[in-house]
Design a protein. Structure first.
Ligand code: SF4
Length: 343
């Protein structure tokens, strides 16, 4: 069965023509799927019963089952565990900001990148998500809270650039004015640093924000935390970042998880500042989430502020990311891992 929710409107029009239907039917179906967010053909009441039956025999509408929601008492952050149609599970997080609702989605079941501080990679990568399955996380949360989602962050489980084509299709669908119509500027994609894909993305000239998980300022230190650093050096990575900035005019973000005693010393601030200046990046400082399996602990608030000041003295803007939902299984991959362990 074909996955109808992963089709763009023009692909859907071609499909309808091939089925002997009028192309305008595609617009009706697209609206049911991407605006009214239905999960069955039976709900598409402006289509004839015969067409609905024909569609059911040709296509499937992907859907997610909500297995668990943890709601933070501190800030209303909601962490969802969803089951995909094949029984695999993914996590998504809703964060409520004064400027709107932001959803952080997963792009793969697990991850094969092996970053040492991350729970998502512990069982490896089981499979990549389809564009529809990335959309479903946003659609399910939209229906759950009955409010619009205005920002999307592809920073949950998985390496989005390791699922490049589906990621791009997802961005096309979620920003389509006939669908949810989320502005490209309100989309952030995070990567651990897949250099060829960063260049490929730059060539598409999108207006999304690219966030690079940096976490260390030298190749040696980065290799100890992130295996991808064995494949691409910091100099290759920052060259690709400069290329991205040149091609898109979009400022990049460096994500920097502060780990107590590992990467939070003044010398680290020196190294990060030099890299950020090279590519005009903004630095997001994130006190690392404690993950039992890694033993890493977050840098204290005082030292975090000192690190931020050190960057600013070196001419680099930075933000300390507000810790959302610290009282729930906040770090990506933790809720899923706990559920798998329970099984
Ligand atoms: S931090 Fe991101 S890229 Fe690294 S293992 Fe975790 S999910 Fe994968």
């Amino acid at each position: 069965m074909k996955d109808i929710k992963s089709l763009t409107l023009s692909q859907l029009k071609e499909e309808m023509t091939a089925l002997g239907e009028k192309p305008f039917r595609a617009g009706q179906i697209y609206k049911w799927l991407h605006v009214k967010l239905v999960s069955s053909f039976d709900e598409m009441t402006d289509l004839s019963a015969a067409l609905r039956e024909k569609l059911s025999s040709e296509y499937e509408i992907t859907d997610l089952k909500k297995l668990e929601v943890q709601i933070s008492k501190d800030d209303g952050t909601r962490k969802y565990l969803f089951e995909l149609s094949d029984g695999n599970t993914v996590e998504s997080v809703l964060m409520r900001y004064h400027h709107g609702n932001s959803v952080c989605i997963s792009s793969q079941v697990g991850c094969r990148m092996g970053c040492k501080f991350c729970a998502s990679t512990i069982g490896g990568c089981i499979r990549s998500l389809e564009p529809s399955e990335m959309l479903d996380q946003i659609y399910k949360i939209t229906n759950d809270i009955n409010e619009r989602v205005s920002n999307v962050v592809v920073m949950g489980m998985g390496e989005p650039m390791d699922n490049f084509d589906n990621l791009i299709r997802f961005i096309t669908l979620v920003t389509d004015e006939n669908g949810l119509n989320i502005s490209q500027r309100n989309i952030t994609v995070s990567t651990c640093g897949l250099v060829p894909e960063i260049r490929k993305l730059a060539d598409l000239h999108l207006s999304i924000t690219l966030a690079i998980s940096l976490h260390a300022g030298t190749d040696e230190k980065r290799k100890a935390l992130m295996p991808i650093a064995n494949k691409y050096s910091l100099s290759e990575l920052t060259d690709a970042c400069s290329y991205y900035f040149k091609e898109t005019g979009r400022r990049l973000t460096f994500e920097y998880a502060l780990i107590a005693g590992v990467n939070d010393k003044p010398k680290d601030a020196d190294e990060i500042a030099a890299l950020a200046r090279k590519v005009s990046a903004h630095v997001n400082l994130i006190p690392v989430n404690p993950v039992t399996e890694t033993g890493f602990k977050p840098t204290s608030g005082r030292e975090t502020n000192a690190f931020k000041q050190a960057l600013e003295q070196r001419g680099v803007n930075s933000t300390v990311r507000r810790e959302m939902g610290r009282d729930i299984d906040g770090a990506c991959g933790q809720l899923r891992k706990r559920k798998l362990d329970e099984k």
